[in-house]
Design a protein around this ligand. Structure first.
Ligand code: ATP
Ligand code: MG
Length: 331
């Protein structure tokens, strides 16, 4: 069976974009693949973190993933720092990766901003650690949002370079899995910016912890134009905010944009927005309720992560041993 790996940072404000673009796909993948999912705390410290907030964030992300439908009986769910192979393999791979390759990564350019000299070395080598995450399990498939395609390309280049450097066929080249209509949910306040955890405006995103009232308010205040919805997808061209709300409805209902417009074409936003809020609440409310319950049971969350780490190590440690042999560290 093909093996899939993916990770998510335990940094707050989990939002509807994360759910529709990533987590919901992971839930479906549990049965089609041997699935390995990771709360990537080593990645989180590439930018400053408060230890107490990070500690809480790791458990909350675990609770959110379980509440969304990840099932420790059907996938491996664990915390990155509990499996040392990630950091060790990242070092080895950083000796195969080239400075020039990393220098071309747009996420580093965006996240380091103007103060490139002041960015952490970890932020620069982040994609090497991401390659190690994937290759430690010889994952064949990686679900990627729009924002992660370049990093997966780099992971393939690093795997290929290692294989060539040491004359082995050790790492398979991981394939991207691009899924669903919701690879890029946009901000509710600006149809040209993606919905994001780090957006300072809370009104720009639907948080997974928002209650029915907050959801209704945010949708009501979401930016739109004044026209009615078209009856066909072509009519959404040049209307990014309208297109975003229709895409969200389609993703929530698991139907196409055309289907949504067949039902809602001709409606103004005064009519469409409350319908969208209702569907959103119906999908999110049960997840939020389970999330709140799970957050109270930290012992259970810790047990799930510890069990996942044992299973992850059982796969990753033999891969690292093969790497050590290929390099000449062991015979
Ligand atoms: P940050 O602003 O801190 O980068 P983020 O909102 O981009 O946060 P990440 O933790 O970087 O969240 O991403 C987690 C997962 O969610 C990734 O798989 C990413 O592709 C996906 N994702 C993030 N934002 C969106 C979005 N707006 N639409 C669809 N998928 C998204
Ligand atoms: Mg991001």
């Amino acid at each position: 069976m093909s093996r899939v790996f993916s990770g998510i940072q335990p940094t707050g404000n989990l939002h509807l974009g994360n759910y529709l673009g990533a987590i919901r796909n992971w839930v479906t993948m549990q049965d089609a693949y041997e699935a390995i999912f990771c709360v990537v705390d080593l990645h989180a410290i590439t930018v400053p973190q408060d230890p107490a907030v990070l500690r809480r964030g790791i458990r909350e992300m675990t609770a959110a993933l379980l509440a969304s439908g990840l099932d420790p009986a059907r996938c491996i769910l664990f915390q990155q720092s509990q499996v040392r192979v990630h950091a060790e393999l990242a070092w080895v791979l950083s000796c195969s990766a080239r400075m020039g390759w990393l220098g071309r990564m747009t996420q580093f350019k965006e996240k380091s901003g103007k103060d490139r000299e002041g960015a952490s070395v970890g932020l620069f080598t982040y994609p090497v650690l991401q390659a190690a995450d994937i290759l430690a399990y010889k994952a064949t498939h990686v679900p990627v949002g729009d924002d992660q395609k370049q990093h997966l390309e780099l992971a393939r280049d690093i795997a290929q370079k290692f294989n060539t450097d040491y004359g082995v066929d050790l790492f398979p080249l991981p394939e991207p899995v691009i899924q669903g209509p919701a690879t890029r949910i946009m901000s509710l306040r600006d149809g040209s910016a993606k919905m994001s955890k780090s957006d300072p405006s809370d009104a720009a995103r639907i948080n997974m912890t928002d209650d029915a009232d907050a959801i209704a308010q945010k949708i009501k205040r979401a930016r739109t134009d004044d026209d009615a919805l078209p009856s066909e997808p072509a009519g959404l061209a040049g209307r990014p905010e309208a297109a975003n709300l229709v895409a969200i409805m389609a993703a929530l209902e698991n139907v196409s944009v055309a289907d949504v417009l067949t039902r809602h074409g001709g409606q103004g936003f005064g009519q469409f927005k409350p319908a969208l809020a209702d569907v959103m609440v119906a999908v999110l409310a049960p997840i939020t309720a389970r999330f709140t319950e799970l957050c109270k049971d930290t012992a259970y969350l810790d047990t799930v992560l510890a069990g996942g780490a044992v299973r992850a190590r059982a796969i990753a440690e033999p891969v690292l041993a093969q790497v050590h042999r290929a390099i000449g560290f062991t015979s």
